[in-house]
Design a protein around this ligand. Structure first.
Ligand code: ZN
Length: 235
């Protein structure tokens, strides 16, 4: 086999593993961040509901306060109307005002009932959300520890793999070929080389033209798959 190809195959053995570990080290903090973000969004939704329910209760209190005032005024007018001191035109004015007050009280009560039922719905939602969030926060602690342990293990493994890789020779690989190889590691998820077997590229499973097979058999140059670009080898 072409010595450059042989050296690349040896590097590929360990680079494949390095690619996996690096991908894991890239993924782990992202997973943690995504989960933390999801929890923060839930926490914020919970705060919104809490704020809404507080506003509703304040508004309900105001409505109650208003209706108490209106009822007192109503009582006073009823008393005035029946005390015998008011003349007919005043009684008519009182009765007009009393009708208005009754309508206002009734509207205020309706508004109060609507706010109260919304507040009750929110109370239930808040309770459910806090329970769920509490559970998720507890689970998140475990998740965080797992991520930390996995990160530590992956970092250690990466160190070992890099030490192994440093032992492997890249003698004879030209900078240009090395760049092609490294580019393929990136674009082909850690698999820069592919076996050519029975005329088939084992990287992309495409049947390759005869001249590719011949060029590779000659062993004079690096031959790339015309379909997936991987550097071909045959055993
Ligand atoms: Zn291919």
């Amino acid at each position: 086999m072409n010595p450059v190809l042989k050296a690349l195959l040896s590097l590929q053995e360990v680079d494949r593993e390095i690619f996996k570990v690096e991908a894991e080290l890239d993924r782990l903090p992202k997973e943690l961040a995504a989960r933390a973000e999801a929890m923060a969004a839930q926490e914020s939704a919970l705060q919104d509901k809490r704020r809404e329910v507080t506003e509703l209760r304040t508004s309900i209190k105001e409505i109650e306060h208003t209706t108490v005032g209106l009822r007192q005024r109503l009582k006073k007018l009823e008393h005035e109307s029946t005390s015998g001191t008011a003349d007919a035109s005043l009684i008519a004015a009182y009765s007009h005002e009393m009708r208005n007050i009754k309508r206002n009280v009734s509207q205020a009560e309706d508004a109060g009932i609507k706010r109260l039922s919304r507040a009750e719905v929110l109370d239930t939602e808040i309770e459910e959300m806090s329970t769920r969030l509490g559970e998720e926060e507890a689970a998140f602690e475990g998740f965080k520890q797992n991520i930390a342990a996995e990160t530590e293990a992956a970092t250690e493994k990466l160190g070992t793999l890099r030490a192994d890789r440093a032992q492997r020779s890249s003698d004879g690989i030209s900078p240009a070929d090395f760049d092609v190889y490294k580019g393929l590691l990136r674009t082909r998820q850690g698999e820069a080389l592919a076996e050519l077997r029975d005329g088939l590229c084992e990287g992309c499973f495409v049947n390759l033209p005869k001249n590719i097979v011949v060029r590779l058999a000659r062993g004079m140059e690096l031959v790339q798959c015309p379909s997936c670009d991987r550097i071909l080898y045959s055993l």
